[in-house]
Design a protein around this ligand. Sequence first.
Ligand SMILES: Nc1nc2c(c(=O)[nH]1)N[C@H]1C(S)=C(S)[C@@H](COP(=O)(O)O)O[C@H]1N2
Ligand SMILES: [Mo]
Length: 335
Amino acid sequence: MKLPRRPLTEADVTAESAFFMQRRRVLKALGIGAGSLALASPAHANLVDWFKGNERPKAPAGKALEFAKPAEWQSQLALTPEDKVTGYNNFYEFGLDKADPAANAGSLVTNPWTLKIEGEVGKPLTLDHDDLTRRFPLEERIYRMRCVEAWSMVVPWIGFPLHKLLALAEPTSNAKYVAFQTLYAPEMMPGQQDRFIGGGLEYPYVEGLRIDEAMHPLTLMTVGVYGKALPPQNGAPLRLIVPWKYGFKGIKSIVSIRLTRERPPTTWNLSAPNEYGFYANVNPHVDHPRWSQASERVIGAGGILDVKRQPTLLFNGYADQVASLYRGLDLRENF
Ligand SMILES: Nc1nc2c(c(=O)[nH]1)N[C@H]1C(S)=C(S)[C@@H](COP(=O)(O)O)O[C@H]1N2
Ligand SMILES: [Mo]
């Protein structure tokens, strides 16, 4: 099927500019202009405090990890600078602005941590914080990362393939899907307390994969980035990376992995089912209803005015490895 090609327009950055506007909009909605902070009602005192908290220092860098660098996962692609990978984030539990997670996620306690693998498995498992980096050999994998908002990065993640963890739990023959859940801790995550801060999403954040997607060798349980343990803003201590899918599938700070018979609900699909599907495979031919997915803005070393665009690749460049998973599936209907 041939698609209507339209030129890139301002709409391509709408999602992003909306985020940049968020703080100002919220403050305005609260009737808080310059110099009028004192007029905030007690009900809004929390919110105001929290926005002021954006001046908090960043979380300390994660500890160095031991890991292999298998040649197969290295890459010639230019890496996105570390300060962008750890400073330009989506983690709505800590606010909608790209700078909010780095500024606010320091409040997330990631040690101790408990991860449960449960549901349709022969051997349910519980892992603690240290198990996450010690149970499986860690490897560095340089992956493309493509957010549904039409920007992209190249990131040196560290982790282990999800299939190794699932194999330990011995999925039953009824296990058709894998459901993931982020920590629910409103006292540490202001976006879970307040609809303004959390972007109106339902929490805890949940995601899911088909079992064959979960077992695919590219699917990575990720514990580190740039040689160190994940900082909280990137989803410490453990997050999912599925490089051929839009970034929102890469659920952060996971506490539960449940194997299921039925397709599990997923956060962005619940929030806007016509805009975000269950599959979320990167696809230049299937536009978001509000912007084109044909190209992407490359997050590089420069500032926001340093705009470099490149064409979006089918399955984010991993078609050779994953296209067979979707043989016979209409990718337009199953977006
Ligand atoms: N729990 C949780 N996981 C999340 C998100 C979120 O808001 N909450 N945002 C998603 C989106 S939209 C993207 S693009 C990636 C961003 O990961 P990064 O900040 O490490 O680049 O995390 C995904 N995982
Ligand atoms: Mo995203």
